[in-house]
Design a binder for this molecule. Structure first.
Ligand code: NAD
Length: 420
């Protein structure tokens, strides 16, 4: 393999400035609560408000004032996301009592978490699609208290109306106009007006992502879902215009977003690089897209599709598109990705919005150990056991022997107490 276009390769997770800035925000919110949240909201562009909780009347108004065309698109996306979430939920069965040896019955229950905060990003763009992607799986899982945190718009105390409309369509129980690391800290530790939750999910910029990392343990999180990435594996049969469009669709997210092409054809690499520059000239988000392409965009030439698949497995991208003549033949070699888009028709943008799979996906290599967000993230698989007196008497000698060998005398006695 060799690089046709190298990246300036930065890795913000190791950026000590982000770590320190976030640590200060988390500690201040923990110590001061609402006052600190309000200060940071204002510092990052919002307006001071008497309450962070967005009244239901604002959600209703935003929904009613959304254009019929956008409302229909939101409802269509919501229906697909819900349908898929229900199917995934129903594929995870509770396990009733199973007798593994005489008198020893085991099983598991599937229980939703008590509460969650869905972080809906809103710094650069109102990512209202994320509201659907987070809240609908949480509601489908049966979480009793589903909150949403969204940054207020610049110069306003409220989030963008399209995000409020989507949150209404998704059925969020409580919506708060708080963003950034301060929102994550508020929902982890609680403030005077925000009750803490059991779990925080959702994507965000490097500050939000770092904050989730820092509060993990106090609350559960889904995973590291930071600045967006796409990796496209393409051969000479693909269209440079289509691949360039998909790379730019990622690059426009923010300066830290990354578009990567892995191809077996140098000619294709050259044509796609030229096409990216041509399309950039026509893009009204070119300022961000050009910088992220320049800083983080990569084109890698692989010797074979097998090598291309191994490169993808090593990078473990958030989105992985396979745009080659026989995409299904390659599928079996791919192991590490947040979500897979098979063939030219399966544009990532459909997954972003309306197909029904989730667009909240692991970034920065987290796809090595997790898939994307789904209804499953909100469900706990909790085991239980019922051991009859006869079963206990039979298990006790083995348990007592093991406990004694570990030097845990009280354990041994607890087992022995069941022997007769
Ligand atoms: P955001 O809501 O994540 O962040 C905005 C907030 O960041 C601001 O309100 C502010 O509180 C905070 N902030 C900004 N500058 C700061 C600074 N210097 N110090 C401390 N805090 C600061 O919105 P965004 O910035 O538009 O980012 C959205 C991100 O979400 C993008 O990076 C996008 O790629 C990513 N995303 C990822 C996925 C995924 O599944 N991985 C999906 C959708 C979006």
């Amino acid at each position: 393999m060799r690089y046709y276009k190298e990246t300036k390769a930065k890795n913000f997770s190791q950026d000590p400035r982000v770590f320190t800035a976030v640590k200060e925000i988390v500690e201040r919110v923990r110590a001061e609560g609402d006052a600190a949240v309000s200060d940071y909201n204002v510092k990052f562009g919002g307006q001071a408000a008497s309450s962070f909780l967005v009244p239901q009347s604002e959600l209703d108004r935003a929904y009613d004032e959304t254009s019929p065309e956008l409302r229909a698109a939101i409802e269509r996306a919501a229906a697909n996301i819900k349908k898929f979430a229900e199917l995934q939920r129903d594929s995870l069965w509770p396990l009733g009592e199973v007798e593994v040896e005489e008198g020893v019955f085991l099983g598991h229950s599937v229980i939703p978490v008590d509460s969650c905060c869905c972080y809906v990003p809103g710094g650069n763009h109102p990512l209202f699609s994320t509201a659907l992607m987070l809240v609908i799986p949480a509601k489908t899982a049966g979480v009793p208290r589903v909150c949403a945190a969204v940054p207020p718009m610049r110069g306003s105390a409220l989030p963008h109306p399209a995000t409020l409309a989507a949150l209404k369509a998704a059925g969020a129980d409580e919506v708060y106009a708080v963003g950034g690391a301060q929102a994550i800290a508020a929902f982890a530790y609680g403030t005077q007006t925000i009750a803490p939750v059991a779990m925080i999910v959702g994507p965000g910029n490097k500050y939000v992502t770092e904050a989730k990392r820092q509060v993990y343990g106090k609350v559960g999180i889904d995973f590291i879902a930071g600045p967006s990435e796409v990796l496209v594996i393409a051969d000479e049969n693909a269209s440079p215009a289509v691949v360039a469009a998909d790379i730019l669709a990622q690059s426009e997210h923010d300066y830290d977003a990354a578009g990567i092409l892995v191809t077996t054809s140098e000619k294709f690499a050259r044509e796609t690089a030229a096409e990216v520059l041509r399309q950039l000239a026509e893009l009204d988000t070119a300022e961000i897209a050009a910088k992220s392409w320049d800083d983080n965009g990569r084109i890698i030439i692989a010797d074979s599709l097998t090598e291309a698949a191994e490169i993808a497995n090593m990078i473990a991208p958030e989105h992985l598109e396979i745009n080659v003549k026989e995409p299904f033949a390659l599928m079996g070699s791919l192991r590490n990705y947040g979500s897979l888009f098979i063939g030219e028709g399966s544009a990532e943008v459909f997954g972003d919005y309306v197909a029904g799979t989730n667009h909240t996906l692991p970034t920065m290599g987290a796809a090595r150990y997790t898939g994307g967000l789904s209804v499953m993230n909100f469900l706990k698989v909790c085991t239980f056991q019922h051991i009859t007196p006869q079963g206990a008497a039979k298990l006790a000698p083995a348990a007592e022997t093991m406990a004694t060998a570990e030097g845990l005398t009280a354990h041994a006695k607890a087992a022995a107490a069941r022997m007769s």
